[in-house]
Design a protein around this ligand. Structure first.
Ligand code: CA
Ligand code: CA
Length: 465
């Protein structure tokens, strides 16, 4: 604590002593927010409750860790078909002419129609869009491909559903030879022609473990995944056998590493990439220290409610108010998502580097302000859609950071997502004290909120601010 802050604390202490609990004590941040009668106010006090009592949020499940294919190590569990993990902006997994996906799977639960692994690249209509998916259905595990080119015959193998048992799965693709090979437990079970053009990310490039971007909540597998490795070449049959026969955990890991994967997720009680390229983000609500410090807590998660009509019905003007911290690197992420009619009303982050943008389709612009990515610092953010004035405004730390012509139109809807969007797009940072109002907060009100004390002192005077 520097001298300035020490003095602040010192004088603050004197004020407390002088005032005691008298009526002259300033209103706290939550008191001020609540006095503005927001539609919803999510404080994330180790829960997803709405302080206004209107709309609690819900969390997908959290992945669990279970015993892996051999003793002495762990694996990812979708926790009864409720949880998945993903990463966004995985550009270095794009544009691969040759590739291999290697993983262990266990179809312990019902996996009919579910997705075990997915890599997807979307380029807004440009060539390069496509999906690679390892999927289960009608008694078969298969490799589903969409994109330029074709797979004349889908690589597939029969595997029993709802049968606990680990299998080593490898899918290789070789561009020059135009071949796909699917291996199960070290043996080639399918070899066929493939005319696959590489898929490129554009600004949408994701990998999912245990579900799919196209329906994250609806396509979650029910089982376990382990030791996922992706390579930028087709492993040879000899290498596949060698990996399969290597003893888990250490011998196997050594064999994978010797084959130089691009990424390698081992799920040893974490979502770390051994190659330090792309750690994964799991589903499930996590709570961290919020602005102002303990005991205030904040959200680190993607949570939602799909019965949120209260946030839509004919609301012309609105305000989103919250605190955010971009502590980890976010890529192509959503902080807040709603879709009203044909328009998205969303706060997006890091679609352009360091840019926090208000995404709404009317007018076609995405007004933006800059917040440094991967920086541990709380910002007070207010996004105001002033339909009456035909203006939208973004306030940072109580100050007007941007004002722009145009507003988001009202429309029907029922989905709200905090910390992500309908298709995932998780924000890799912290969010707290999210309030949504059905009117435009004034600059004076926003300034007053920002200056109001959380845990005794305004965050602006917080020593770690
Ligand atoms: Ca909080
Ligand atoms: Ca493992």
């Amino acid at each position: 604590m520097n001298t300035y802050h020490f003095l602040n604390w010192f004088f603050f202490g004197c004020v407390i002593s002088a005032l005691g609990t008298s009526a002259g004590f300033p209103q706290t941040y939550p008191e001020l927010v609540q006095s503005g009668h927001p539609l919803v106010y999510w404080r994330f006090s180790n829960n997803l409750a709405d302080s206004q009592g209107n709309l609690d949020l819900m969390s997908p499940g959290t992945p669990a860790f279970v015993d892996g294919p051999n003793s002495g190590h762990l694996a990812f569990s979708s926790n009864g078909g409720t949880a998945w993990a993903a990463q966004f902006g995985v550009e270095q997994l794009s544009g691969l002419y040759d590739f291999t996906y290697e993983l262990w799977i266990n179809l312990a639960g019902d996996n009919e129609g579910k997705v075990i692994f997915e890599r997807q690249a979307l380029t807004n209509g440009e060539p390069g869009s496509g999906t690679h998916r390892i999927r289960y259905g009608e008694g078969k595990l298969f490799f589903e491909y969409t994109g330029a080119g074709s797979v004349p015959e889908t690589p597939a193998v029969e595997l029993p559903n709802q049968t606990s048992g680990w299998h080593h799965i490898v899918l290789t693709s070789h561009y020059q030879n135009a071949t796909n090979v699917l291996y199960v437990d070290g043996e080639a079970v399918f070899e066929g022609e493939a005319y696959l053009e590489p898929i490129f990310g554009g600004n949408q490039d994701v990998v999912y473990i245990g579900s799919s971007r196209s329906n994250p909540e609806g396509l979650i597998m029910d089982g376990y995944v382990d030791e996922v490795a992706i390579y930028n070449r087709a492993l040879s049959a000899g290498e596949v056998v060698q990996h399969f026969q290597a003893a888990l955990p250490d011998g196997y890991a050594g064999a994978v590493m010797a084959s130089s994967p691009l990424v390698y997720w081992r799920f040893e009680n974490n979502f770390h990439d051994e190659m330090n390229l792309y750690d994964l983000m799991p589903t499930g609500a996590n709570y961290v220290e919020g602005p102002g410090g303990s005991p205030n807590t904040a959200l680190f998660s993607r949570v939602l409610n799909n019965q949120a009509a209260i946030l839509f019905d004919n609301i012309e003007s609105f305000t989103y108010e919250m605190w955010i911290n971009c502590i980890f690197e976010s890529v192509q992420s959503y902080i807040l998502f709603r879709r009203a009619g044909s328009a998205q009303h969303a706060v997006i982050y890091a679609y352009n580097p360091n840019a926090l943008e208000f995404f709404f389709l009317e007018g076609g612009t995405r007004p933006l302000v800059t917040i440094p990515n991967q920086t541990d610092r709380w910002y007070h953010l207010a996004v105001v859609n002033d339909r009456h004035a035909g203006r939208m405004r973004i306030y940072l730390d109580g100050e007007l950071a941007l004002e722009h012509d145009g507003t988001a139109a009202p429309g029907p809807g029922n989905l709200v997502v905090v910390g992500g969007a309908d298709l995932g797009a998780n924000f890799n940072g912290y969010i707290d004290e999210v309030a949504m109002y059905d009117y435009a907060l004034s600059g004076e009100q926003i300034q007053a909120h920002f200056r109001a004390p959380i845990n005794g002192v305004p965050v602006a005077d917080w020593s770690l601010f």
